[in-house]
Structure formats: C-alpha cells, structure tokens
Design a protein around this ligand. Sequence first.
Ligand code: ADP
Ligand code: MG
Length: 568
Amino acid sequence: VSEKQTLGFQAEVKQLLQMMIHSMYSNKEIFLRELVSNASDAADKLRFEAINNGALFETDPELKIKVTFDKAARTITVSDNGIGMTRDDAISHLGTIAKSGTKEFFSKLSGDQQKDAALIGQFGVGFYSAFIIADKITVETRRAGTNPTEGVRWESEGAGEFSIEAMDKVSRGTDIVLHLRPEEDEFLSAWKLKSIIQKYSDHISLPILMQKEEWDEEKKETLVTEHFETVNQASALWARSKSDITEEQYVEFYKHVSHDFEAPLIYTHNRVEGRSEYTQLLYIPARAPFDLWDRNKRGGIKLYVKRVFIMDDAEQLMPVYLRFVKGVIDSADLPLNVSREILQESRDVRVIREGSTKRVLSMLEELANNDDQAQKDKYATFWTQFGQVLKEGLGEDATNKDRIAKLLRFASTNNDGDAQTVSFADYIGRMKEGQDKIYYATGETFTAARNSPHLEIFRKKGVEVLLLTDRVDEWMLSFLQDFEGKELASVAKGGLDLGTLEDEAEKKQHEETETQFKDLAEKMKLSLAAKAKDVRVTFRLTDSPACLVADTNELSGNLMRMLKAAGQ
Ligand code: ADP
Ligand code: MG
C-alpha cells in the first residue's frame, strides 16, 4: 500500500501519552536519552542479524548515531543506521504497547503526579517521551536489507492517531524528527544537546555525532559546519576499567539497560578469568518491578559476546530466583552465532551462571553484614522488595542453600511490628539456656500469627518465635528443615517438646494433671471422633481454653487452607 493511511493508537498509548506529558515535564530532557537508547538498540540488533547475513550492512558498515537540529525549522533529528523498521514494525512498535504487565501498570496509576511519574518511569517512557517537547514527530525509516523504495514515513501529533505512508529512503535505519512545541527553543542549541548526551548517554558504545560549530569572524557568530564530531566516549562501559567509570556513568548505564528511571540499589562490575572468561556488570534495582510475579516477564540480563550484542533476557545466565537482577554479561568464549538452544546446553553458560549467582549473593552478604547503617538500610530495602523471591532459591538452588538461609529475614515475637528484620543468627544469639530448636509460627496474616494461642507457652517462657506469614513461607519450609544443626520446629505441631526448657518439678506436675484428666480426654475423643484425631491435655496454653494442633508429621493448618483454596 503506498497511499497515506491514518490509524488510531491503542487505548493504552493514548492514556500513557497524556499522563506522561504532564507528569514527566520536569524531567523533559530525558527524551534524548530515550531516543539515543533506541538508536543504540537498533544498531545492536543489526549487528546481531548481520552475523549470519553480512549483506544487511549494505554499503554502510559503520554504525553510528547522529543528532542534528535546525533552528529555522525548529526541529531536532536523531538518526541511526541500525536495523530500521518495516511498515508493520512501525505500526506495532510505535502504535501499541506490547509490554507484559501493561494492564497491572495502568491499574496502579493513582492520579498523583509524583507517584505516577515514578511508575511511568519504571514502566519505561521510551519513544513517547519525545512528545513532552514535540507537538509532532516524523519518523522516516527503512529496514536493513530492503529496497530504497520500501521506506516508511510515520507521523503523529501525539493526540489519538498517527499516519503512515510509503516513501523512498536511500539510507538504511531511522530518522526521528521532533517538531518542537513553541516554548521548547532551549533545545535548539548544540551546547545544550551535547551536555544532555554527555550526561545520559556517554556510555553508549557507538559514536554519537554532532555537527561542529565554528566562530565566524565576519558574521560575529558561531555557525554550524558540515563536519561531524563524536561527543561521547563511544566505548562499551563494561569493557572499560572500573577506575575510569564514575558512579554517575554506572547509574546512567543501568537506566539504559534496565529501562528503569530510578538509580539502582547496588551493582557489581568484574572481569572473570579462569575456566571461562567473561565480564559481568550486574545491578539490583531499588524497587521491585510491577510485574515481578509475571512469569512471562522479560528478564534482565543482556548477553554480549566480545562486545557484540547477542540477546536480551538471556534467562540461562541467571537462576529464576534472581530474576530481578539487571545488567550485562559479555563472554569471551561463546560463539557469536549462539542461540537460546545452544545456551541451554553450554558448559560455558553454566560456569557463567554459577559465577554470577555467587557474585550476586556475595554482593547481598556484603550489604547484610555491613556495620555501616546506610548499607544495612539498603539490605532492608532489598529484603522488602525482593525477599520473597529470594526465598524461592532455597528450593531452586541446593548448592547455595546455606548462603541463602543466612540472608533470610523474619518478623518475630521479639519485635513489636511486622517488619522482617530478624536473621537466624539473631535468633540463635537470643536462644534460652537449654533451647535447641528454632521455633516458628505460620499464619495467613501477621495479626493471625501474632495472636495465635500456640504462642502462649512461648510467651510465658520468654522463648522467641519467628512469625512466617508470606505466601511462599510454607513452601520454603519444606526445603528448610534446620539451620546450622538447629531444627526448625512449628509451634502448631502436637507433642510440643520444649526439651530442657521444662524443669523437673513442672514435668512431675504435668504428669499428675494428665492422669487426673485422662477419663475426660477419652470421653471427648469419643464424641469428637469424626472431627479430631486425638484429644490431649496440654500445658502450652496460658489464656485460651483449647487449641487445634497438627499431627507431628502432618501438613500444617495454614498449608491445608492454602491447598484447599487452590482447589487441591
Ligand atoms: P523499548 O525501547 O523499551 O522497547 P520504546 O518505546 O523506546 O520501548 O520503543 C518502542 C519500540 O520501537 C522499540 O522496541 C523498537 O522496536 C522500535 N523503535 C524505536 N526506535 C527505533 C529505532 N531508532 N530503530 C528501530 N526501531 C525502533
Ligand atoms: Mg527505548
């Protein structure tokens, strides 16, 4: 089809555009970061496809990004010679939001500008952020390897529609032309654009070119020349040595790879040599993504081989329970034409995954065991955001089970609130003389666990009990029977044996009472035969008259409730 067609944006795009323009206005310069980031992704994709099809480079093998502006026309143009888009690509990539979790995202928006700005940032403002400063955007693009007659022009004023038509485009790749809103002339300046590029996009590994300006003695003004110069460092950030990278550059690189808007919580950058040679630059975000629990969500590790981009979301490089980790792994050993199938079986990949897992765990251990309060606080943040996911590791990663167990934090009867701050080591440090078990109570909610009658005897004896009320806890407990030789014991299991915590006099008195009420217990057992397996005299209660307990080897009440709810 060659005539011009007008199409409507997907409803979500309209919604996002409106909200974004308002809530992101105070941060409008990020439009350039987003467009440069897309241009860089497009170059990565071309380089990758060209591994098996060199013809895609046509006659123009040097990948680059150009940023130009036209004062008279009041436009800024970001051009790349990357992969480009077909007509269908342009319609689907620039007219709809294909991200997983889009529905949840929209349901979380509150109307509060500041909160929404953070959410929108987290969702990824991307291409549409250009509408903050532009009232019209023209995209001219041609997919690598197609004929010059197969170019596409996409245009929109960001309201509800966009137009699309065929065009001739000699050069491969994409030009994005921003027609500035009336009040945005500050961006029509080489100095301004250059400083934004250096602030946000210095780490981009391809050259970003801008036209040189020169002082004209006759006209007494600076004029734009036809000569282009590179305005960024143009080398892959992770390949540079640590001492040459500033904190700010690490943070901006994180925003580029993660599409996150906020700074990361912590990162680690290492070159590993040995059985396998690779570089890892790994980040833990400061906030869980809204789609943390979405099984189809995009993972966070980009795989490069000798600085050539291979794939996003290389899930084989990180275990599932560390799916929140973002960053880059660059291998020196893998072949360039590696596929997901090959990754699955590769010994090198296994070595990288094990090494990266250990790296992430030691990064967390450093935070958790640090004496510095700021680091401790970071661990608390980590735990609140990702603790529940980390727990999955106890079942998934037998090799590192002990290390993961040390990183766990729980709510406890030792504290007033429901904050999960107590480690097993803290608990063991407070154990009573003669206590040999770690006691825990499970429950559907913190309040339910905290007020459980099972806790009465522990309160009386001053024995601390961990309160486990997260959904994954029961599942986790099936993989965690003890910690450093101390058995984990539920307070709700029958035959509660407080071991040497009971003294001889108490034991004797208990035995006497038991004999005294033996007949009564037998009668009750008969009349409750259909409902209870046994009726026993107990000493575990101080205020409540009776409580239900699970048999020592049985599923706990809470787990039974969960299985029932799940229809099992
Ligand atoms: P994201 O980069 O997170 O995928 P964006 O909103 O930034 O989201 O971009 C949407 C999509 O549009 C990209 O995924 C890509 O497919 C396409 N796109 C945007 N800019 C370019 C470009 N310069 N070259 C090729 N494709 C592009
Ligand atoms: Mg993008």
